[in-house]
Design a protein around this ligand. Structure first.
Ligand SMILES: [Zn+2]
Ligand SMILES: [Zn+2]
Length: 388
C-alpha cells in the first residue's frame, strides 16, 4: 500500500492525516473556513423610541439606558450577521462566554460554538462604533482531529434612524378616535382624571404587543374626552377597559377619509365610542315604583344601590336598571339634628331654618344630638348618613 500525500502542502498522511478529501488536517481547516463574516456590520436604532430591527421586524429594546441599548443593538446585528455568514456545513451554533470557549475541545459534526467580546468602542456619539473579537470553534467533518478554531475582529456601526412607527407618530398619524362620553351629562372632572389614568396604564400594556397602539393626541371636550389612537385595536381595547371600570355601552362608526392612491381602495377612520352611565357614586335615583336609592358603586356589571327606606344595599345589573326604570331624580339635600328618638318616630331640626319636623324612625342607628345628611325626594325626606 502506497502512502498518500496532501495535495496542497505535500505532507504525508501518516504525518498530517488522516486526509480529508485529499487534504491534510491543517489544509482541510484552512480551506474550509467557518467564520465568513465581513469585517464590518452596519445597523441602526430609532432615535425616537430606541427600537431596532430584529430579523427584519422592529422590536422594542430590553434596555432604554443608552449605553446598554447601543450594545444590545450592536450584538443583535453581530449575531444575525454571524448566523447568516456561517459556512453551510454549520447546522447549529451556540453562544458561550470566551472562557467557556477555551475549554471546548470536541463537538459533534455540524455544530459551532461562538463567543464574542467588545475590544474597543466609541459610543459617545453616533454612529456608535464597537469592535468585537469574535471566535468560533466548530467541527465540519468526522475525520477532523482538531476543531476549527477561528477568530476575527468585526466592527459594528450603530446609526440613528426613525422607525416606521415613529415616522407615523411624528407625522401626526392616527387610525382611530376613541370618544369617551357619559349618558346625558358631561364627564365629571373626577371621571376625566380616572379615565386618563386608566388609559395611560392600559396603553403601556397594549404597546408591549401593538407598537402602533400609541396615543397621538388627547382632546378635552366639554362633553368628554377624545383620544386619537395609532391603531383601531388599541382604541377598542381601551374602550373595553373603560366599560369594565365604569359600565356603559360601546359603539363604532366609520368615516370615509379618502382613497389610497396606490391601491385606490377607500380609507376609513374608525370612531370607537364608549358611553358611560348617567349615574355616579353618590347620585340619588328612583325606580318606577317610587323607591329612592343612593348610588353606592357603578361598574361594568351594574350598580349597587342603597334603598333609603330600608337602608339595605341592593345590586342591579344593567338590564334590570333599564327594566325598573331606575333614573336620577330631582332632590334637595339638607342637614338636620336628631333632637329626640321615640319608638316609632324621630324628631329633627333643620340646621339651616331651625324648623323641626318628625319622620318615621328609619332602620339605622341614630343618636340624639348628632347631625345627619338628609335628602328630600317628591316631598318625602330620607336619612342619607350621619355627618362626620
Ligand atoms: Zn496540507
Ligand atoms: Zn421609533
Amino acid at each position: 500500500m502506497s502512502e498518500r500525500f496532501c495535495y496542497r502542502c505535500g505532507i504525508s498522511e501518516s504525518e498530517g492525516g488522516p486526509l480529508i478529501n485529499g487534504l491534510c488536517q491543517v489544509c482541510y481547516r484552512k480551506e474550509n473556513s467557518v467564520l465568513l463574516i465581513e469585517d464590518e456590520v452596519n445597523t441602526e436604532l430609532c432615535q425616537n423610541c430606541g427600537s431596532y430591527r430584529k430579523r427584519g421586524l422592529w422590536v422594542d429594546p430590553m434596555s432604554y439606558e443608552l449605553e446598554e441599548l447601543i450594545f444590545e443593538v450592536a450584538e443583535n446585528a453581530l449575531l444575525e450577521e454571524l448566523e447568516d455568514s456561517f459556512s453551510e456545513k454549520i447546522r447549529e451554533y451556540e453562544v458561550v462566554l470566551p472562557e467557556e470557549l477555551d475549554e471546548i475541545d470536541d463537538l459533534p459534526v455540524g455544530r459551532a460554538v461562538v463567543s464574542f467580546e467588545p475590544m474597543d468602542f466609541h459610543i459617545e456619539h453616533f454612529p456608535a462604533i464597537i469592535t468585537y473579537e469574535v471566535r468560533v470553534k466548530a467541527k465540519t467533518h468526522e475525520l477532523q482531529r482538531e476543531l476549527h478554531d477561528e477568530a476575527k475582529k468585526v466592527t459594528v456601526y450603530v446609526r440613528q434612524t426613525v422607525c416606521p412607527r415613529c415616522q407615523k407618530f411624528l407625522g401626526g398619524y392616527f387610525e382611530a378616535i376613541l370618544q369617551v362620553r357619559a349618558e346625558g351629562r358631561p364627564l365629571s372632572e373626577e371621571e376625566r382624571k380616572a379615565i386618563g389614568r386608566l388609559v395611560e396604564e392600559k396603553v403601556d400594556e397594549i404597546m408591549r404587543k401593538d407598537r402602533m397602539g400609541f396615543i397621538q393626541d388627547t382632546i378635552e371636550k366639554e362633553e368628554g374626552l377624545d383620544f386619537y389612537m395609532g391603531s383601531t385595536s388599541s382604541a377598542r381595547k381601551l374602550a373595553q377597559a373603560i366599560r369594565e371600570r365604569f359600565g356603559g355601552t360601546i359603539s363604532e362608526a366609520y368615516e370615509l377619509v379618502g382613497v389610497d392612491r396606490q391601491t385606490s381602495r377607500e380609507v376609513y377612520r374608525t370612531s370607537v365610542s364608549v358611553r358611560i352611565p348617567k349615574f355616579q357614586r353618590g347620585d340619588i335615583v328612583a325606580d318606577k315604583r317610587g323607591n329612592v336609592y343612593e348610588v353606592e358603586r357603578v361598574d361594568g356589571k351594574g350598580v349597587s344601590l342603597r334603598n333609603l327606606s330600608t337602608n339595605e344595599s341592593e345590586h342591579r345589573d344593567w338590564k334590570t336598571v333599564k327594566r325598573e326604570g331606575i333614573d336620577t331624580v330631582e332632590h334637595e339635600r339638607s342637614e338636620a339634628m336628631v333632637t329626640s328618638i321615640m319608638p316609632g318616630e324621630v324628631q329633627l331640626m333643620d340646621m339651616e331654618t331651625y324648623e323641626t319636623y318628625e319622620l318615621e324612625r328609619p332602620p339605622m342607628d341614630l343618636s340624639e344630638g348628632e347631625i345627619y345628611r338628609m335628602v328630600e325626594v317628591r316631598g318625602r325626606k330620607y336619612f342619607l348618613n350621619r355627618k362626620e
